[in-house]
Write a protein that binds this ligand. Sequence first.
Ligand code: SF4
Length: 344
Amino acid sequence: MTRDFCNLNRAEVLELVADMGQPAFRAQQLLGWVYGRQQLDIDSFTNVSKDFRAQLKQVIHMPRYKIVSVQQSQLDETRKILLELEDGQRVETVLIPINSKLSQCLSTQVGCRMGCTFCATASMGLRRNLTNSEVLAQIFAARELVAPHQYITNFIFMGMGEPLDNYEHTVRSIRTITDPEMMGYSHRHVTISTCGLVKGIERLAKEDLPCNLAISLHGVNDEQRSAIMPINRSGGIAALMGALRRFPLSSKKVITIEYLLIAGHNDSLEDARNLVKLLRGMRCKVNLIIYNSHEHADFSPTTRERALQFQRILAEKKIMTFIRKSAGADIDAACGQLAAAAKD
Ligand code: SF4
């Protein structure tokens, strides 16, 4: 059985090449073809001998995926890509242009078991974790679609699934994205967004992985948060805030607090004041997201006016607060909407 090349880290590629009796520079050549030039066809590796290519095919294969569909938003330039994996499972990834940047929202699981009641992915339950290679396959697929002059600038682990519930593969894929001899992105351009798995956050704090951290908070007290995010029932907001306050941040970094504004649930002005209290002294910024309606949940979006009032209360207390524009809402590509198309 062959191994999936993109499940290997740099050390493992070096080991593979050494086991094949080849010099170490062959590893650099392979990494250059796959991650530098995005070539997934071993026969196109023209600077290695035909014999070595034949040998390689005996021991490795490249990620196997198929682009099933690409939906383009009519509201903005957002594109949602539906991928089919080797076993027929499907995942979605989203390309979001913002000004001169192009961000890609990556999935880490087929479905999710966290059960957030506002989220379409939750309705699938957890089918399985994605491998490191399947996370990277989403990037290869997106690169097939972007114009030659375009470049994906940022990666956000905020697609289907909870990244810290698939910890090993999430971290491995980030190491590939940020390894200078693999994809070579700066950690500053990678964000892990979690619903708040405290143990996962604490484990991440001990890794040498200085990427950005975003937390889906969506509530200012346990009753409010647990009602829409079952994960909150283990430990509650106090444990989560404790883990965030202990999380190591380099000098210019802040934690991003994602706060979904749901009409009548967590969008009162009292909620805004309580959020100020909760975040007091924390190095953070807040993204307010107006809830995106979808068929899997019975909530309503807050009004723009209320979002502005909410923002004002936080800003008055010097908390950096943005009302985040939801990209691709018309193609179910916005926050909490992924999954419907992948389900059939
Ligand atoms: S919001 Fe995130 S963690 Fe919660 S169910 Fe959806 S995908 Fe899972």
